[in-house]
Design a protein around this ligand. Sequence first.
Ligand code: HEC
Ligand code: HEC
Ligand code: HEC
Ligand code: HEC
Ligand code: HEC
Length: 446
Amino acid sequence: MNRQKKIEYILIACITIIMVWAANTTASSQNYFKIEQFIHPDTCKDCHYEIFEQWENSMHNLAHKDPVYTRISQFLRKGLTNEQEILEAETCVKCHTPVGYVSGFPKKISDDLSKTPSIATLGIQCDYCHSAQKVKQMYNNGLVLNPGSGEDDPGVKYGPFDDSESDFHDTAFSKFHTDSRVCGTCHDVKHVAFGTGLETTYTEWKESPYNSSNPEEKITCQGCHMYQRPGIPATGSSPRPENPGSATDDSKKRPHIFTHNFTGANAFVPGMFKGQDKIEMAVERLQNAAALSMDTSKLEQKKLDIIVTNIGAGHSIPTGVGDLRQVWLEIIIKDRDNKIVFQQGVLDKNLELGNDAVIFRAVFGDENGNEVINLAKARQVIKDTRIKAKQSVVRTIDIFKTPEKGSQLTVRLLYRSISPKILNMIPGEQFKPMPVIEMEKIEIIL
Ligand code: HEC
Ligand code: HEC
Ligand code: HEC
Ligand code: HEC
Ligand code: HEC
């Protein structure tokens, strides 16, 4: 073979190797499976009964059915003409219907979602999380799965134990499942075209004191959210005792069984299903998230300082969909005759807040910096007043008149998921107003 031919052969060999490699990586990054490969949560329930009951009607179970999500996503999609905005508005299923997405249906939000295979309508489920092996990117759900082949060949279930055995499925210790990254890849949402951080819970945690290199101080997402059970909110400011028990009725006793309620702050949607217990847990969590205090030394100057501290959340308050969530201060001063002489942050008759209300939230903007409600149009974050983990913020309130001695001063920190103004924009049957949860309250006589 002459030199010229040799070089040609080497070149062809190289190109072939690159093509095979490229084909393989595309296949694995597409990460598509058959829907039959995933095992129904009811099967897991046969043995893992308690864990199933905790997960049932959690926001993970409801992620696809959640009417607030389904109706908002359809609403955002309507009327868009810009390709990049359409691309974003279509991607919701990746996290909200993940089993459907990785098995090819639905691919996008405009698909006929009533045709979603029934197992995929069960949201973020047992076999999805426990087939996850690693992560390829830390945003927009980069989980890489290794599911089995249905009930006859369930494959490996990855989890926190290095000595567990099951007759039904193989088990494997997975350090990844003990790490915040298994949660973080879905709990950081980036606009697919503009890169805007639409949800930044994982990044907020990563940059917080809870992501400490000292193991004594480090608290992962699981360290709070998978210790919670009724009566034990398990936050940064409340005890997080272990939950001794067994993973199945007849497996061995363990010092801690991770709970699967996955409660955050949603005190509305679980009630549309049969998740009353989840609502109570969300309220308990919110009531162990923040501290409130005030400095009345400037009342003579007609000013009141209010201090809010994030003592319980491992991320900002609020987090998640930070443009929708509302956390605000309500301030009421009554004179000695019980007459209101000052108020701010009190809901009006339409349950709306005035422009003067002190509210902690993120605001997204278009290219000109005008506020947008449609996330698909969010090209930038124009404001973020949320309270970071362990941070204190001071807000100075103008009270216009120094209150007389004996007046009553009440300050409350309140939470609701979404304002009626936004809910009422969604076509179709009106939603009931979201409950307002009192996170903290102080009351003094001046
Ligand atoms: C959002 C992902 C997710 C979902 C959904 C989920 N799990 Fe888990 N599960 C985890 C993680 C993460 C751990 C380990 C936590 C750690 O070690 O920090 C775990 C732990 C476990 C364990 C070990 C025992 C324990 O609780 O500590 C079992 C068994 C288990 N899960 C079964 C289930 C079953 C059954 C379902 C469905 C009813 C389910 N999981 C749904 C993420 C999930
Ligand atoms: C026939 C009973 C049975 C069924 C059905 C079952 N499991 Fe298990 N599973 C077990 C037993 C037993 C263990 C071991 C528990 C222990 O060691 O404490 C276990 C352990 C686990 C673990 C921990 C693995 C580890 O090494 O940390 C996970 C995760 C898990 N199961 C997930 C699932 C999921 C998801 C399903 C449904 C697809 C399921 N299991 C169905 C019996 C079952
Ligand atoms: C130190 C305890 C702690 C840690 C660690 C923690 N959280 Fe939270 N989480 C809370 C508390 C308290 C709340 C309720 C207050 C709030 O909404 O911020 C909450 C609320 C939430 C909510 C609902 C937010 C809303 O307002 O709608 C989500 C989602 C959430 N957490 C996810 C996570 C994820 C993902 C991680 C890890 C990256 C994590 N959390 C780490 C304590 C914690
Ligand atoms: C496959 C993507 C995915 C993974 C993985 C995931 N989550 Fe979620 N999570 C979601 C989605 C989507 C929702 C919201 C569903 C809704 O509101 O309709 C949610 C909701 C929640 C909520 C409830 C928020 C509220 O407002 O009440 C908490 C708490 C939470 N997740 C914690 C976790 C923790 C802890 C982990 C890791 C063990 C985790 N998540 C892993 C996608 C995911
Ligand atoms: C990368 C994962 C991911 C993608 C993609 C995603 N979401 Fe979510 N979504 C979440 C998580 C995590 C939460 C929970 C945060 C919280 O409770 O504040 C959530 C919560 C929501 C909620 C709050 C639901 C409620 O009951 O209050 C709405 C509405 C929502 N998402 C709409 C959308 C829409 C519309 C899209 C597509 C344009 C979308 N999401 C795409 C992860 C995702």
